[in-house]
Write a new protein. Structure first.
Length: 137
C-alpha cells in the first residue's frame, strides 16, 4: 500500500485563507510523527526548522517561512506552528486501521501569504513526504 494525497480544499473568509488536506499513510502514527515534529523530519520534505522546542509554547523558526510559537502539541498526534509571516500550520495525525495513519492538515494565513501558500505548493510537499516515508519503510 502506498500513501495518498487527497484533494485539498481552500476557503477565503475576508483576508483569511484556510487550506485543508487529507493525507493517508500506510505507516503508523509513530513513524509519521517525526516527519512533522522534528527538525530533521521537517527538513526532509518541507523546510528546515532552525529552532524547534517540542512543547506547547516552545519557540519555532521555519526557514523561509518565519519565527513563532508552538500553539498546540500532543505527542504523536498534534503539532501546530504559528509563525509571524506564515500563519498557523497544523498537523493532526489519527490512526487509520490497524497499521496506517491519516494526516489532517490545516494552514490558516492572512492576506497575500495565503495565496502564495497555494494548494498546489502543499500538494507537492505532501507528495514529497509520502515518498520520504516510503523510502524509509
Amino acid at each position: 500500500m502506498t500513501g495518498s494525497v487527497e484533494q485539498g480544499t481552500s476557503q477565503t473568509h475576508g483576508s483569511t485563507h484556510i487550506l485543508h488536506f487529507l493525507v493517508r499513510f500506510p505507516q503508523a502514527m509513530e513513524t509519521v510523527w517525526p516527519a512533522l515534529a522534528t527538525p530533521e523530519g521537517l527538513a526532509s520534505w518541507f523546510t528546515p526548522a532552525d529552532v524547534l522546542e517540542p512543547r506547547l509554547g516552545g519557540a519555532v523558526t521555519l526557514r523561509d517561512i518565519g519565527a513563532g510559537r508552538i500553539t498546540a502539541w500532543d505527542v504523536e498526534r498534534v503539532a501546530e506552528y504559528t509563525v509571524e509571516a506564515g500563519g498557523r500550520i497544523r498537523f493532526h495525525l489519527e490512526r487509520d486501521g490497524d497499521e496506517g495513519s491519516i494526516l489532517r492538515f490545516t494552514h490558516e494565513s492572512q492576506g497575500v501569504q495565503g495565496e502564495k501558500e497555494s494548494e498546489s505548493r502543499w500538494r507537492v510537499r505532501f507528495e514529497r513526504l509520502v515518498g520520504v516515508l516510503e523510502a524509509g519503510s
